[in-house]
Design a protein around this ligand. Structure first.
Ligand code: CO
Length: 214
């Protein structure tokens, strides 16, 4: 008996449907991928990156983790970023958070959750940096949603400070980082207007402009 038969049946029908529209689709895609975008988003099952952007296989490189974090010692995320920027030469990196993020909410709690608290700690730091603004928001849902936005903002700066993005900008490679947020309740993407295309927006200590160290 085939395990999870429904998924295999779905897959067979999906592949047939794609081939019916373009008989060469998979043959062409198997030879190369040339996506324009890297998506860094939450692992939440309700935020399927390519689907909500109306893109097809091959059009978006995707990395997802709990609460869409870019942590400078996370070799998983950094490896995806390096491959996307240096090999695939994507021109846009999108960090997309979402309202109602369980990771962000868990980070706001005082109770322990086990191992994941080490990961959520990065969000607790974001809370602490913006404590005055957040503590002033009385409604807990609104406060959590604002932290979701501030978390995206923080990840934009983390991305800009990576050696990979700094190297690309120093080479003159066009690379823009975008901060978006997605609404689970209405399916809408919102641009948080946090775009950066060079290191001007970064605090000076994070800029690495010359290989001589000057
Ligand atoms: Co989430």
């Amino acid at each position: 008996m085939k395990k999870l038969g429904r998924l295999f049946e779905n897959n067979r029908r999906w592949a047939e449907g794609v081939r019916a529209q373009d008989a060469e689709f998979f043959a062409k895609l198997s030879r190369q991928q040339a996506p324009d975008y890297l998506w860094i988003g939450c692992a939440d099952s309700r935020v399927p990156a390519t689907e909500i952007c109306g893109l097809r296989p091959g059009e978006m490189f995707v990395h997802r983790n709990v609460a869409n974090l870019v942590v400078h010692s996370d070799f998983n995320c950094l490896s995806v970023l390096q491959y996307a920027v240096e090999v695939l030469q994507v021109e846009h990196v999108i960090v997309c958070g979402h309202y109602g993020c369980g990771g962000v909410r868990a980070a706001m709690e005082s109770k322990p959750h086990g191992l994941i608290d080490n990961w959520l700690r990065h969000i607790k730091d974001v809370y602490d940096w913006h404590r005055e603004e957040l503590d002033a928001i009385a409604d807990p849902d609104a406060r959590a949603d604002r932290l979701c936005e501030l978390n995206v903002q923080s990840q934009i700066l983390n991305l800009g400070a990576t050696t990979i993005v700094q190297d690309a900008w120093r080479r003159g490679q066009p690379l823009t980082i975008h901060g978006w947020i997605y609404g689970l309740g209405d399916g809408q993407l919102k641009d948080l207007d946090l775009c950066i295309s060079d290191d001007e927006a970064l605090p000076a200590v994070y800029r690495m402009r010359s290989s001589s160290g000057v």
